[in-house]
Design a protein around this ligand. Structure first.
Ligand code: NAD
Ligand code: ZN
Length: 259
């Protein structure tokens, strides 16, 4: 592990452009549930016998908002009740040291921003949990915490419509600005890509890893368990993000960083 860690650290020192891709596994060390893999809430089915992809989908929010909100509320309560961990902080510190370092996250918890990652180099491809907005009249509502204490689904104060978070549910489109930003940066290329705590279930998560590899860059996975990317990446650092990221940062000497 040490040798692999040093190899990654050296590549980061020399790289100008770096992409850190993060998934639920990074926030698992803050106590948040993941969907799949280690600590996965829904490796099987939900209590209703549905796959989580059906419960947390756009069609389900329309058909049975209370059921969809049951699982949104579970995530919401977990997010509000926890905080960024040393892994998020290490990524934010890496971005401070390396002005060409970007973060592409599937997480909706807002922890990258809270840890100090600059908004202009953060792509939240699945949106965010707050503020809620009304599906009928569009009014914004900033009281997520209060709504989670009341019967679900939360309703608009002005028109009684069902509120929703600005997240991308399963079977919904990705936010256009985030997609444009991602593909714009991918065209410029990355010298190193780190895939952290994600089962890499989506093509737009796998693609940056493959493109970086094909262009001769270094691809790295940080995950305690194997994923579909494990056989593809150049280096696998098998461990928890909370342990591996600060250790990796410790191997990156500030004076050898090229800007
Ligand atoms: P996932 O649940 O599919 O996979 C999580 C991965 O993290 C697994 O491969 C698991 O082995 C790994 N993992 C578990 N603990 C880890 C740790 N301590 N360190 C490093 N890796 C660890 O998550 P995903 O790939 O992000 O799935 C995508 C969906 O999950 C997205 O739609 C995302 O919006 C949603 N989600 C987000 C949150 C959040 O915002 N924190 C939480 C749960 C799910
Ligand atoms: Zn309304």
């Amino acid at each position: 592990m040490d040798e692999a860690l040093r190899r990654v650290a050296r590549a980061i020192e020399q790289a100008e452009r770096i992409l850190v891709i993060t998934g639920a596994g990074l926030s698992a060390d803050s106590g948040l549930p993941t969907y799949r893999g280690l600590g996965g809430l829904y490796n099987g089915h939900t209590a209703e016998g549905l796959p989580i992809e059906a419960a947390l989908s756009g069609p389900m929010l329309r058909r049975d908002p209370a059921l969809c909100w049951k699982y949104l509320a579970e995530l919401g309560k977990a997010c509000l009740g926890a905080a960024p961990n040393a892994g998020h902080l290490a990524i934010a510190e890496l971005q401070r040291r390396k002005p060409g370092c970007w973060v592409l996250t599937q997480n909706i918890d807002g922890y990258h921003r809270a840890a100090g990652s600059p908004g202009e180099r953060l792509i939240e491809i699945h949106g965010e949990l707050a503020p809620l907005y009304c599906q009928s009249c569009g009014a914004e509502d900033s009281e997520l915490a209060e709504h989670l204490q009341r019967p679900l689904p939360p309703r608009c104060r002005q028109c009684g419509g069902v509120l929703r978070p600005p997240v991308v549910l399963f079977e919904e489109m990705l936010p256009e600005a985030a997609v444009d930003s991602l593909y714009g940066e991918l065209r410029k290329g990355f010298a190193v890509v780190l895939s952290v705590g994600t089962s890499a279930s989506f093509p737009y998560i796998v693609e940056p890893v493959l493109r970086t590899r094909q262009a001769g860059g270094l691809s790295v996975e940080i995950n305690p368990t194997l994923t579909d990317l494990s056989d593809v990446v150049d280096v696998r650092l098998a461990g928890r993000a909370l342990d591996v990221l600060p250790e990796l940062l410790g191997h990156i000497s500030s004076d050898r960083i090229c800007k």
